[in-house]
Write a protein that binds this ligand. Sequence first.
Ligand code: HEM
Ligand code: HEM
Length: 185
Amino acid sequence: MANDINKIKVWDGFVRLFHWSLVICVVANLLNEAGDAPHRYLGYVAATLVVCRIVWGFTGSRHARFNDWVPSPRTLWHYLQNLRRGVHWHKPGHNPAAAVMMLALMLVVLGLAGSGWLASTDRFFGEEWLEELHEALAGGLQLMLMLHVFAAITESWQQGQNLILSMLTGYKQQTGKQQDADITG
Ligand code: HEM
Ligand code: HEM
């Protein structure tokens, strides 16, 4: 029915710019592992993007805000229980499992910048444990990214809409069911 499907604005311009700029910085650094100047600067740009996104999480538009999508442990538990029964999430922002992944991705990027910076200071230069930490965080990030992309594709298929395109245009299609969930909170 024509009434059942509406386009709604979910991701504002900042969230979209943040996402795709972060993708460029992270992918570039995973491909160039030399730890040279471009690697260091791109790492700092990635961390700055995350810090700005955290500020935007308190000040940005409705679905950009943390209070729209960061779940309580109880909400996350209910979401996972429902998923097992085949009941899916009907709100437009990040679902609770995606939300945990988003926070983890941002934390790991901050951890990479922090460990990379420390390893380049006089005090900690050459410390093996720091280099190993940096390497382990980069390895963890790659596994998380595989899961993230896999989830974006399978969730798009499940919802019958291209969520990756939504991260470019800002719009999602909202069904009647989603509108009810959105109104009831
Ligand atoms: C998005 C952020 C970053 C990512 C994804 C990233 C990723 C990586 C990866 C995959 C390696 C190779 C590790 C190995 O196999 O030995 C590496 C090495 C290195 N990175 Fe980063 N990095 C980031 C940020 C930074 C920053 C901000 C700095 C410094 C200011 C830095 C400094 C270094 C250095 C010096 C090395 C070479 C020595 C080592 O292995 O520790 N990185 N990075
Ligand atoms: C270096 C790689 C990537 C990183 C670090 C990353 C990180 C993130 C983060 C932090 C968010 C939350 C956005 C926000 O609320 O501001 C997000 C959302 C999203 N990302 Fe990525 N991402 C990466 C690559 C990708 C790729 C390659 C795709 C597409 C295949 C993708 C698809 C998405 C989608 C569809 C969302 C929104 C999910 C939803 O609708 O709830 N990401 N990503």
